[in-house]
Design a protein around this ligand. Structure first.
Ligand SMILES: Cc1cc2nc3c(=O)[nH]c(=O)nc-3n(C[C@H](O)[C@H](O)[C@H](O)COP(=O)(O)OP(=O)(O)OC[C@H]3O[C@@H](n4cnc5c(N)ncnc54)[C@H](O)[C@@H]3O)c2cc1C
Length: 489
């Protein structure tokens, strides 16, 4: 075998997955068709649990240093402003950071860990058998083949891996087209210098502005024809009462749509898919990166455990059963947003927006929507041990005092191992999980308002089991350890 896992695609999802697999003790190789990162950014922000997940690996500080602004309180639903600052305890955090910087920082993490990334390597086909996966790749030296135990397609919406694995991608076709340009303006003009401009210009820094024009999807569009500046200019004129914008140049021109699709299965034998390879949708509200990164954090430790040999048989399948419903939720709210702001929006849609706008200023609808959009209320099914209200939820961020000093939930998860957090105050669980000590750290700690007497936290930061009883042996703990961390030694 050339690697334990071949990851196809060094976008954000592939890079996080590679780091997580490395932390889990597996040897991944990442194959990326581009010779070098483009330096261009689809996403301009990172919002939701992916931000918290980076903190739980000790990487968030790097992102905060590069972020233009942290915007924890403002979001929108189909451009209807949402004020998250009204809500206590929501836990929504975000960073205004361009995707190119996000990818640079994830590449840096992978480099520090020593993950092998082969650039200029395009995967063209893939075949699996009982023992592994053979990947056909076209690299700088020409065609070749790689063999690995598993392959994961993180190769974006047009995923070759998904198609080669025969995974269906059902969904709905586009109804509108968005033409995007990252442009400069003539003579260092700013939007304030241009009277009556009806198209929004988002400042990107270094004199660049992002302009996006939405129109009904043209029946005769050739999607393979490269987008040109003339095409963008014509769309701007149509949207801007026949007037031009004084554009002097563009570093990126692209088209995208409201088409939304989701893979029917995230796993086919030894082949898995994650990120845009598994789900595409309108990038309304910016849920794409968040969802892809959370796929990677969910899959990394499970696939790592499978490669290491200690994973219970159902663990890898729980990647699909946990993440597919989360992808469905993203399609749900982005389709709704597309309906509310699409190019075909007429007086009926305008009326609906007018009714919805004030409703979304009330706390409970606001909380419901933000939980949905940023996966803040995700609850995975933790099976028979699922008795405590925290089971399956994102583990609470706690300030902890241990015999060796002050720490936090986030810091305890830096090594990407399981954590049994004993908050009984008596160290009652000191001897628990002894059979799992190569996979689970047991930490006794005090915290001001413990949310439970003990918590078993998975490497991806979700609670596998919790109890309010401070007795040992703790009911259901051994069972939960076996479900999520395999047989004891
Ligand atoms: C205009 C726009 C704005 C957006 N804004 C936001 C936002 O604000 N917030 C947000 O969260 N999301 C946003 N998104 C969505 C976000 O950009 C994507 O969800 C994200 O890039 C998905 O990451 P990924 O790693 O799964 O896939 P990708 O970023 O598509 O990466 C796939 C990688 O695989 C490589 N690859 C493909 N095929 C092969 C092959 N055969 N062999 C080898 N390598 C291959 C590609 O070169 C690429 O590097 C936006 C999207 C668009 C279009």
């Amino acid at each position: 075998m050339d690697a334990d896992v071949v990851i196809v695609g060094a976008g954000p999802t592939g890079l996080v997955l590679a780091c997580e697999l490395h932390l889990a003790g597996a040897r991944p190789i990442v194959l990326e068709r581009l010779d070098r990162p483009t330096g261009l950014s689809k996403a301009l922000g990172l919002l939701g649990r992916s931000v918290d997940s980076l903190e739980r690996r000790g990487r968030l500080g790097h992102f905060q240093e590069r972020a233009a602004v942290a915007f924890p309180t403002s979001a929108h639903f189909a451009l209807i402003p949402l004020d998250a600052g009204k809500l206590d305890g929501l836990g929504l955090r975000g960073l205004f950071i361009q995707q190119a910087a996000t990818e640079e920082l994830l590449n840096e993490w992978a480099r520090e860990l020593g993950v092998e990334i082969r650039r200029g390597h395009e995967v063209t086909a893939l075949h699996q058998d009982d023992d592994g996966v053979s990947v056909e790749v076209h690299g700088p030296q020409g065609p070749g083949q790689l063999r690995a135990r598993y392959a994961v397609g993180c190769d974006g919406g047009t995923s070759v891996v998904r198609k080669a694995a025969g995974i269906e991608f059902p969904g709905i076709p586009p109804t509108f087209l968005l033409r995007l340009g990252d442009v400069t303006l003539e003579g260092d003009l700013t939007p304030q210098d241009i009277p009556d401009v009806r198209v929004p210009l988002i400042p990107l820094g270094a004199g660049y502005y992002r302009v996006i024009i939405t129109e009904p999807y043209p029946a005769d569009l050739d999607r393979d024809a490269p987008m040109t500046l003339d095409e963008l200019r014509a769309a701007i004129r149509r949207a801007n009462a026949g007037r031009d914008l004084p554009i002097s140049g563009a570093r990126w021109l692209s088209r995208f749509t409201d088409s939304s699709r989701q893979a029917a299965r995230y796993r086919s034998g030894r082949v898995l898919i994650a990120g845009d390879a598994a789900h595409i949708h309108l990038p309304a509200g910016g849920p794409g990166l968040n969802t892809g990164l959370l796929d990677a954090f969910n899959l990394g430790w499970k696939l790592g455990a499978t490669v290491a040999g200690w994973a219970p048989p159902a663990l890898l399948d729980s990647y699909h059963s946990e993440r597919h419903p989360e992808g469905e939720r993203v399609l749900l709210h982005t389709r709704a947003q597309g309906t509310l702001m699409g190019a075909g929006a007429d007086a009926r849609v305008a009326a609906l927006r007018e009714v919805l706008g004030p409703l979304l200023q009330y706390r409970e609808p606001l909380r419901h929507l933000l939980n949905l959009m940023y996966a803040l209320d995700t609850r995975y099914d933790t099976g028979p041990a699922d008795r405590h209200p925290l089971a399956g939820r994102w583990a609470p961020d706690l300030a902890l005092t241990t015999p060796s000093g002050i720490t936090s939930t986030a810091e305890l998860l830096h090594p990407a191992r399981g954590v049994l957090l004993d908050l009984t105050g008596t160290g009652a669980l000191a001897g628990a999980a002894a059979g799992w000590k190569d996979r689970v750290n047991v930490v006794a700690a005090d915290c001001p308002e413990p949310p439970a007497a003990a918590l078993l936290i998975r490497p991806d930061g979700h609670v596998a089991w919790a109890t309010d009883a401070d007795t040992h042996p703790a009911e259901g703990l051994d069972q939960a350890l076996a479900v999520w961390f395999g047989a004891p030694n």
